[in-house]
Design a protein around this ligand. Structure first.
Ligand SMILES: Cc1cc2nc3c(=O)[nH]c(=O)nc-3n(C[C@H](O)[C@H](O)[C@H](O)COP(=O)(O)O)c2cc1C
Length: 503
């Protein structure tokens, strides 16, 4: 009898060990992504990492939006790209085609017991993981559009990329492919979305960027295409400024070690890309500086472009990496100190995502060329005469997409004035306007009787931001008499007006 019970218990325990965990559903659907009010620019200006102290009370919708945005991030030809998710219940693999979670490992395997969910990116290259991580962290922050206006102390969606969590995940989540990075999400007290721009140029080399855009973040992500054919229309200084800021510009927050935060995170706030983002245009090669001092003191902030080489180096660059589209008017070359440093390459991925998303938000077209081969890197270094320790990680080609005229109609063209400063009596008027589509632009000044007094501009322009400067003079160069005038910006059949008083 004793032998019988013994055999039964052993038999049952052997059987139960081979059975799947009874509570684990094999797959779970996710709600469709939803749209929020925050623009891409505002989320980039508002993002920061929260390292601890959050709770796990985030709705499933946040996870759905995060995974949707991450899966729409550009690829880097690295083969596999899988997303794993750890929640209090299970570790899942994200089925991108079916938009659902498939249980990968039952049970709670989170790194941080306070997190709502942790998303790990398995990708062949850190740049590719970086692009997805950046998309996902902004997608989480987008939920804080609703926290806006409640003042500090509102609780919202926070996150932090964590190397420690990635190390944990690679062991405990048992992924099929190595996880490059994990972003940990939770709920915590958070500030409302930022509208303050701190990226001011100390030498006026770049105009002030806009930290609030027109499109919602989700609209930008839904339409994140890449292009190969560009029109010859160049990029305005305003658009170049905007793109550089999005890639690596300063934002109002401070990091844990009291450095000035950026639009992207950085391992230990090391900022591998500081002074290493180059702009290659028609007249010069310049490098972006987001810090005040030449030695790049990371506690300071700036927003300037420093010329490194005069003249047009685009032909040399195009020859260096045949894969970049030859018709683009401007190229951004994102460099790292050392391509063997995964955190630096991941940061290049953050900046790459930002460039593509900002271009889209401006109505511009772009193509990311990533990764670069060793030969392409060396040829790019030679083409741009880059100093030691500035090794190209990716190239972003940007401009206006070459579109067929038939695809364009006057109906969806729009011009709007976005900034006017200062008034004429204090100096020149600088009028900034936003075109949602490329086209012929005419800017003309009229007196209050509707008589034209000065034609300021009549040319083809790309979409995005542009500026025109007027010194209050008429066609003959003589200052106009005291009175009120109207500056009219005309494009694609739409008109925007700005009143100016000459005192
Ligand atoms: C690749 C990478 C790894 C990181 N690892 C950790 C980590 O293990 N633990 C942590 O608390 N923060 C980690 N961070 C967050 C950084 O500390 C944070 O991004 C940096 O301090 C800048 O602050 P900010 O993101 O608020 O701008 C990591 C960030 C990156 C990009």
């Amino acid at each position: 009898m004793l032998m019988f019970w013994l055999l039964l218990v052993v038999g049952l325990s052997v059987r139960s060990a081979s059975l799947p965990t009874p509570t684990a559903a094999s797959s779970e659907s996710l709600p469709a992504p939803v749209r929020h009010a925050g623009s891409f620019e505002q989320l980039a200006n508002s993002r920061y990492s929260v390292h601890s102290g959050f709770d796990d009370s985030l709705p499933r919708q946040v996870l759905a939006n995060v995974l949707w945005a991450m899966s729409r991030a550009p690829r880097a030809d690295s083969g596999v790209r899988e997303f794993y998710v750890a929640t209090v219940d299970n570790v899942y693999r994200f089925d991108q085609a079916q938009f659902r979670l498939i249980v990968h490992r039952a049970g709670d395997h989170r790194y941080n017991s306070g997190s709502a969910f942790e998303v790990g990116v398995a990708a062949g290259r850190p740049e590719e993981a970086g692009m997805a991580i950046q998309a996902g962290l902004l997608a989480g922050a987008a939920f804080n559009s609703e926290v806006q206006g409640t003042g500090h102390g509102g609780r919202g969606v926070v996150s932090c990329p964590m190397q420690w969590a990635a190390d944990h995940a690679n062991v405990d989540w048992k992924p099929d492919y190595p996880i490059q990075m994990v972003n940990v999400y939770g709920r915590a007290a958070c500030a409302p979305l930022e509208t303050l721009c701190v990226a001011r140029s100390s030498d006026s080399s770049l105009p002030l960027p806009h930290v609030v855009g027109l499109d919602t973040f989700e609209a930008v992500i839904a339409d994140l295409g890449q292009y190969s054919l560009f029109s010859p229309v160049g990029l305005s200084d305003e658009n170049v400024s905007q793109l550089l800021w999005a890639a690596y510009g300063v934002t109002p927050h401070l990091t844990f070690n009291r450095r000035q935060g950026l639009t992207v995170p950085s391992a230990m706030a090391s900022y591998y890309l500081a002074d290493r983002i180059y702009v290659v245009g028609q007249y010069e090669v310049g490098r972006y500086r987001n810090r005040l001092a030449a030695e790049a003191d990371a506690a300071t902030r700036d927003h300037r472009l420093e010329r490194t080489t005069a003249g047009d180096r685009r032909p040399q660059l195009r020859a260096a990496t045949e894969r970049i589209p030859g018709s683009a008017p401007v190229y951004f070359v994102v460099c790292v100190p050392d391509t063997a440093e995964a955190a630096a390459m991941m940061e290049a991925g953050f900046a790459g995502f930002q460039l593509l998303a900002q271009a889209r938000a401006l109505g511009l077209a772009g193509r990311l060329v990533v990764p670069l081969s060793r030969a392409e890197r060396e040829a790019t270094i030679a083409a741009l005469e880059l100093p030691a320790g500035h090794v190209p990680a990716l190239v972003f080609a940007c401009g206006e997409a070459e579109r067929t005229v038939a695809a364009e109609g006057p109906d969806n063209a729009a011009v709007r004035i976005v900034r006017a400063q200062p008034a004429i009596r204090r100096g020149d008027l600088r009028l900034e306007y936003l075109l949602n589509r490329a086209g012929q632009v005419r800017v003309e000044v009229f007196d209050m009787l509707g008589r034209p007094v000065r034609l300021l501009l009549d040319e083809q322009q790309s979409s995005g931001y542009h500026a025109v400067v007027w010194n209050g003079t008429g066609e003959n160069g003589v200052r106009l008499k005291r009175g009120t005038y109207l500056v009219v910006v005309l494009s694609g059949g739409t008109v925007a007006r700005h009143k100016v008083d000459i005192g």
